[in-house]
Design a protein around this ligand. Structure first.
Ligand code: ASP
Length: 343
């Protein structure tokens, strides 16, 4: 064979052999909460701000995976961007409790080991998802709450911040409106519980989360939230509850949920979706649709989930008017969407 022919052959082999096909897939999906999000009620500027922030978080997480980082690192990197933004109900921008402060919940789970960590009702931790990870990796426990969680953080050198760091004007106004509504409802039947039940959905919603698949084939999930506006009595939602708001298992799927937490706890939503994948052989899309639309919707449980399996298949399913969401994988380009019918 002539030398030139040989080099052409070699060059063809090197350039055209599908090198990428040999690489394992990577994928990430994120959410910034579900609810009554309608295009007609959002200014173009506000919509752009949400889309830009979602894209930034997505890129941050995907960048970690592209460099060979772990799914846990990608989940934390993406969630940190959303926690640091006042647009979302987590970290800065978290909703107010009835008493006018912020109590934050977060959890994380590693699909490879089924190790998990969670914090509930923390008030002085800037990025609760990082502390949840610390609980998973540096303690024999799964969930730490309130002052105990903060003492654990302090002992490990995590800086304590003033609760005011999480203040935003918009959430403060939301609290005043929620209190007015609660007062009116309570006059009727004097029952705080029933009045909370009747609060319109926007007061009960908002959370951020991420699920990711790394090159090693490991999946992970994380969720972080300020919970429900005007919550009282140390109320904890589903977000820090493993199996309800967060779940990950390499044998089935990774889930981060957002929605009316009480329903997600009682219906063990994240674990139920993965159980359907695991035991019934459902795809992530089918399993998410069954739980969100066929189980939760008829009983009044509103919200949504992002789901990812170890092959990189993604589902972003919700039964509300919208869910802030974004995804990207080695086989799917970046996609950012907010509304149900029009992306
Ligand atoms: N699930 C959160 C909670 O109930 C709120 C949300 O995701 O919208 O605390």
């Amino acid at each position: 064979m002539k030398k030139t022919t040989l080099s052409v052959l070699l060059a063809t082999l090197i350039c055209c052999l599908p090198l990428q096909a040999a690489e394992s897939p990577i994928a990430i999906a994120i959410h910034g909460g579900a609810g009554t999000i309608e295009k007609s009620k959002m200014t173009p500027e506000r919509e752009k701000a949400y889309r830009d922030k979602l894209r930034e978080a997505l890129d941050k997480g995907y960048g970690v995976l592209e460099k060979g980082g772990s799914s846990l690192d990608a989940v934390v990197a993406a969630i940190n961007v959303l926690e640091d933004s006042p647009l979302f109900n987590a970290g800065k921008g978290a909703v107010y409790t009835y008493e006018g402060r912020h109590e934050l919940d977060a959890s994380i789970m590693d699909g490879k080991t089924r190790q998990a960590g969670a914090v509930a009702g923390v008030t002085r931790i800037e990025n609760p998802i990082n502390l949840a990870r610390m609980v998973m990796e540096n303690s024999p426990f799964v969930m730490l709450a309130g002052e105990g969680a903060e003492a654990f953080a302090q002992a490990r050198g995590v800086p304590m911040v003033d609760n005011k760091v999480f203040d935003t004007e918009q959430r403060f106004e939301q609290l005043q409106k929620a209190k007015e509504k609660l007062k009116k409802e309570q006059k009727r039947d004097k029952d705080y519980q029933a009045a909370v039940e009747r609060l319109p959905t926007p007061y009960k919603m908002g959370t951020v989360g991420a699920v990711a698949l790394d090159r090693q084939g490991n999946i992970a999930a994380g969720t972080s939230t300020g919970g429900m506006t005007a919550k009282r009595y140390g109320r904890i939602g589903d977000s820090p509850v493993i199996g309800a708001g967060t779940f990950a298992d390499n044998d089935s799927c990774a889930v981060s949920a957002t929605g009316h937490g009480e329903y997600f706890i009682r219906y063990n939503v994240a674990a139920d979706i993965c159980a359907r994948v695991h035991y019934k052989g459902k795809s992530v899309g089918e399993a998410a649709d069954e739980v969100i639309n066929q189980v939760l919707l008829p009983i009044g449980g509103t919200g949504g989930v992002i789901v990812l399996d170890p092959a990189g298949n993604i589902a972003m399913t919700f039964n509300t008017k919208g869910m802030y969401r974004a995804s990207r994988s080695s086989s799917q380009p970046a996609r950012v969407a907010i509304f149900k019918d029009s992306e």
